[in-house]
Design a protein around this ligand. Structure first.
Ligand SMILES: [Zn+2]
Ligand SMILES: [Zn+2]
Length: 132
C-alpha cells in the first residue's frame, strides 16, 4: 500500500482489562470494476481489541496483537484493512460501465445500440480473438 495514513489509537484502561480502538481512513487505488478507469476509494477502517488483565487462558479475553506489553499495530492495521476491503472498487456508485456491445466507456459516451445481430464476419473475428 503506497503512502502512509494517520491513524487514531485509543487505549482505555478499565478495571478488568484494556480496550484498544483503532481507526484510520485509507485510500484504495485500482481499476473500476465496471469501466476499468482509475478509481480512488476512501475506506474507513476501524478495529476493537480487548485485553483482560487476567485472561485465564481464554482467547476471547486477549488480543492476538499484544505481545509482551507491546501492541503489533502494523499487523492489526493490516488485518483490519483486510476485513474492511470491499469486493470491488467502483469509480462511483452509479458508474455506467463499459458497453457490452462495443466496449466503449458509457460514462464518457452514453449510447445505445440497435438490436441488430452482429455481422457473421465480426462473429468469426470475435471467435478468433478468444483463441488468442
Ligand atoms: Zn467506473
Ligand atoms: Zn456500444
Amino acid at each position: 500500500m503506497p503512502g502512509t495514513v494517520p491513524a487514531e489509537l485509543e487505549i482505555t484502561k478499565a478495571a478488568t482489562g484494556t480496550l484498544f480502538r483503532l481507526a484510520f481512513t485509507t485510500r484504495l487505488h485500482g481499476p473500476c470494476y465496471r469501466c476499468l478507469d482509475d478509481a480512488v476509494l476512501e475506506l474507513p477502517v476501524a478495529g476493537r481489541e480487548y485485553q483482560a488483565t487476567n485472561p485465564d487462558g481464554s482467547d476471547e479475553l486477549r488480543t492476538p496483537y499484544l505481545h509482551d506489553g507491546s501492541l503489533d499495530l502494523a499487523g492489526w492495521a493490516r488485518d483490519a484493512l483486510a476485513l474492511a476491503l470491499p469486493d470491488k472498487i467502483l469509480c462511483r456508485a452509479e458508474c455506467a460501465g463499459l458497453c457490452p456491445v462495443c466496449g466503449k466507456d458509457l460514462n464518457r459516451e452514453p449510447h445505445t445500440h440497435d438490436e441488430e445481430m452482429p455481422d457473421s464476419r465480426w462473429a468469426a473475428l470475435e471467435g478468433l480473438r478468444k483463441q488468442l
